[in-house]
Design a protein. Structure first.
Length: 253
């Protein structure tokens, strides 16, 4: 089975989205913090981490070369510390008008065909589709990071309130397949986009609405893989534990 096809079976073993590399973006601020995060990953059962620093024009202009070098350096440090954690290269590409300039240096997640992308919560759906189509044209698979956090994919979330949460909870409970998802989400899935869920979303760190969206997507089987989206060592162990426990509880039903 290919690494991409096997992604869904790697819950609790592979983290497909992390900011573990030190001093490249708003993630780890030092080698010491990266080591502390690595120990928490290992204690939670993880063995493979995809390092995905932000690639955002004007803020985090990381290159594929810089990421490869940072992964190699941190992997060597982990080995020296006796920490059994395998690191893989990657990037979290922000979809905006500058995204097309990333070609042809685009960096996939390790040896998989996945290109991890993120958008603004209120992005233009057509701009997003255009960028994802570009990825498909290049022969890769777009992997959308934490779709549960994007307002434009959940039109009902535009007017939250007690009644909305009640409707969403009912909708989540009744969802049994991708056919029950909003049209905006089905459009992306139909064009070959795949979804990566954040463990923190299931743990509730982004709020009730995002958690409800994540559970709806999980119940519908819309996620291909999961990631911590870990930025700092603080509270990482709780996020990993709570997130994994919630996902496993739903999958066991």
């Amino acid at each position: 089975m290919s690494e991409a096809a096997n992604a869904g079976s790697e819950l609790g073993k592979s983290d497909w989205h992390s900011h573990l590399l030190p001093n490249l973006d708003d993630g780890s601020v030092s080698q010491e913090e990266s080591l502390a995060m690595a120990r928490q990953f290992i204690d939670s059962g993880f063995r493979d981490i995809y390092c995905t620093p932000h690639c955002l024009q004007g803020l985090y202009a990381n290159s594929a070369t810089a990421v490869r070098e940072a992964v190699a350096a941190l992997q060597e440090l982990l080995h020296a510390e006796g920490l059994p954690l395998r690191l893989h290269t990657g990037m979290e590409y922000f979809i905006d008008e500058f995204f097309p300039s990333q070609w042809p240096e685009i960096l996939t997640l390790g040896e998989t065909p996945f290109v991890l992308t993120e958008t603004s919560p209120h992005a233009d759906p057509e701009q997003v589709k255009d960028a994802l189509f570009q990825i498909r044209q290049q022969g890769f698979t777009p992997l959308l990071a934490h779709p549960e956090r994007y307002t434009y994919l959940f039109p009902e979330a535009k007017k939250p309130g007690r009644r909305w949460f009640k409707r969403r909870a009912s909708y989540r409970a009744e969802t049994t397949g991708s056919g029950g998802l909003p049209a905006e989400i089905n459009d992306l899935l139909d064009m070959g986009c795949r979804f990566q869920g954040n463990l923190g979303s299931f743990a509730g760190i982004y709020g009730t609405a995002v958690q409800t969206n994540a559970l709806a997507l999980l119940n519908a089987g819309a996620y291909t893989c999961f990631g911590s989206d870990a930025h700092r060592a603080k509270n990482l162990d709780q996020i990993l534990t709570l997130g994994l426990d919630r996902i496993r509880l739903v999958q066991a039903r």
